[in-house]
Design a protein around this ligand. Structure first.
Ligand code: UD2
Length: 301
């Protein structure tokens, strides 16, 4: 997209900052971030920073004034933290998202919301399509499902242009920290020569999607006519956690042993996207294979 005024909530975070990078050359970009996990160094010059909580109506109003599109990426992404503290994660993931939708109504702005594969819970069928039943297995999944449904209903009830993107397992540069995804955890462990910790038997599978593909999906969502819809964003292929551990120890030339720990209570066994709807309707085409995505993380390119 070009020549728009856009707001990225969570714009200093992992996915948000990559999106900001893609938008900044051709658009007026604002971000709203409380820097709880985001970092200023990720932001290119020329971006307007509003420091604050997405749940703070004043900060949100300031950041959203006059925008054409809001990309809503501010969230607490840890499933296990949502289990430990459901109300705290509900505040950020659901209450604040409703504020964002309301603010978009005020501005008549399009909203692209970050939904999640977590809305499906334990899928009945693989790959999982958007018409599959939604039965989230965690507070996080419940919150994302509610946002996803609100987005759809805001399109219908108020004629607001909304799109929900259901991300599968995102990875890439800048994902880090104790609550981040398994790829960044394994990479840190392998590089430090520490044991690579598989939770459970490692036969569970995930659909790992590179952040650059997620950014491309957002750019498509910003212009599509097919609003009021949810789209799976993944690659369509699944990798077991065991295979992932081996790929990462190989790619880093690490001597780290691969060890097993207890599995996570309530862990999803298999997750994989049917991305045909996003391909057909958004023209989304995942480009980065897991092998090349991991290689570029290792090479730092
Ligand atoms: C990810 C997202 C979540 C949601 C969901 C949608 C993150 C941090 N979470 O949850 O926000 O969108 O996908 O499907 O991106 N594992 C290990 N060892 C470790 C860490 C993890 O074996 O040190 C396993 C873990 O038990 C699980 C798998 O790896 O089976 C993936 O775990 P995760 O935390 O990266 O992501 P997930 O799928 O729980």
């Amino acid at each position: 997209i070009r020549d728009k005024t856009v707001l990225v909530t969570g714009g200093a975070g992992f996915i948000g900052s990559h999106l900001v990078e893609a938008l900044a050359p051709h658009n007026e970009v604002r971000i709203l971030d409380n820097f709880s996990s985001g970092d200023r160094s990720y932001l290119p010059d020329g971006v307007t920073i509003v420091e604050g909580d997405v749940g703070d109506p004043i900060a949100l109003q300031r950041a959203a004034r006059g925008v054409d599109v809001i990309f809503h990426h501010a969230a607490l992404v840890s499933v296990s933290r949502s289990v430990d503290a459901p109300r705290r994660s509900n505040e950020t993931n659901l209450d604040a998202s409703l504020l964002v939708l309301e603010q978009a109504r005020q501005e008549d702005a399009r909203v692209v919301v970050a939904s999640s594969a977590a809305v499906y819970g334990h899928p009945d069928e693989l790959p999982v399509s958007e018409t599959a039943s939604t039965d989230p297995a965690s507070p996080y999944g419940i919150q994302k499902l509610a946002v996803d449904q609100y987005a759809r209903r805001y399109a219908e009830l108020y004629d607001l242009e909304t799109v929900a993107l259901r991300y599968f397992n995102a990875y890439g540069p800048r994902q880090r920290g104790p609550y981040s995804g398994v790829i960044s955890t394994f990479l840190e462990q392998a590089r430090a020569g520490e044991p690579v910790t598989i939770e459970g038997d490692g036969e569970q599978t995930r659909d790992f999607v590179h952040v650059s593909d997620i950014v491309r999906a957002n750019l498509r969502a910003a212009t599509t006519d097919a609003v009021g819809e949810a789209y799976n964003i993944g690659t369509g292929s699944r990798t077991s956690i065991k295979e992932l551990a081996e790929t990462i120890t190989d790619a880093t030339d690490s001597d780290s042993p691969i060890v097993h720990r207890d599995s996570r209570p309530g862990d999803i066994r298999h997750s994989g996207a049917d991305v045909s709807k996003a391909k057909r309707t958004l023209g989304f085409e995942p480009r980065v294979s897991l092998e090349s995505g991991i290689q570029s993380l290792v090479d730092g390119t």
